[in-house]
Design a protein around this ligand. Structure first.
Ligand code: PRP
Length: 208
């Protein structure tokens, strides 16, 4: 059995559809209800739905052999996992944004609101810019509007959240997509099963 952690939500549904098309389906996953674990002995897979930001933890600790995690989470937490494949879905970018008309005043720490504190620290350290991190858990776009921060570091997909809140994108920090990651020990001990799945999924991505 390969244990697979999927991120609950739209990205997980999309990733599962690719796994299914690649021959790793699990029909019970479509049953209504609130179950979180589904397995199919025939195809040798067991899927778990987990919170998107928790996928890397399940994989790092071996509760799942493989999983689908956003590159944002991999950059932020640097989990000890192997990154096997770019799934080319969940495409967005990590960006700096601020209220329209913002100009950076040098000489004092830039106040940065974000969920991604490590990514932000590293980005500004690379520029030699001193910052004051304000860690938030959601609705980050509010911070500059209320004067809580000067800028935000957050994910931007369509840009509509920024537009609707009169914020403009200043810089792109990283391009983000979902990645297939593997637990290091599982990759060694279940190498044949995992390699087969990776190559079938890769083949499926090429035709879609
Ligand atoms: C994400 C992100 C932005 C928004 C960007 O939030 O934090 O707020 O999506 O998407 P857009 O560019 O297409 O508007 P999410 O909905 O995941 O919720 P969050 O506030 O909990 O981060």
């Amino acid at each position: 059995m390969i244990n697979i952690a999927l991120p609950k939500g739209r990205l997980g549904d999309k990733a599962y559809a690719v796994f299914e098309a690649a021959g790793f389906g699990c029909p019970s996953i479509h049953a209504p209800g609130r179950a979180l674990v589904f397995e199919n002995e025939e195809t040798g897979v067991r899927y778990f739905w987990v919170k998107p930001s928790d996928v890397a933890i399940y994989v790092e600790r071996g509760a799942a052999d493989i999983g689908v995690a956003g590159k944002d989470i991999l950059l932020e937490y640097s989990p000890e996992v192997y990154e096997l494949l770019d799934l080319q879905m969940g495409r967005c970018r990590m960006a700096v944004a601020a209220a329209a008309g913002f100009t950076d005043i040098q000489g004092r720490a830039l106040r940065v609101a974000t969920k991604f504190t490590n990514i932000a620290q590293e980005f500004y350290a690379g520029k030699g810019r001193e910052i004051d991190i304000i860690r938030l858990n959601g609705s980050i776009e509010l911070a500059p509007l209320l004067g809580l921060s000067d800028v935000i570091v957050d994910l931007v997909e369509t840009g509509s959240t920024l537009r609707e809140n009169n914020l403009s994108e200043l810089e792109t920090i990283a391009h983000i997509t979902a990645r297939l990651v593997a637990n290091k020990a599982s990759y060694k001990f279940k190498h044949d099963e995992i390699s087969k799945l990776v190559s079938e999924v890769e083949g499926q991505l090429a035709v879609t």
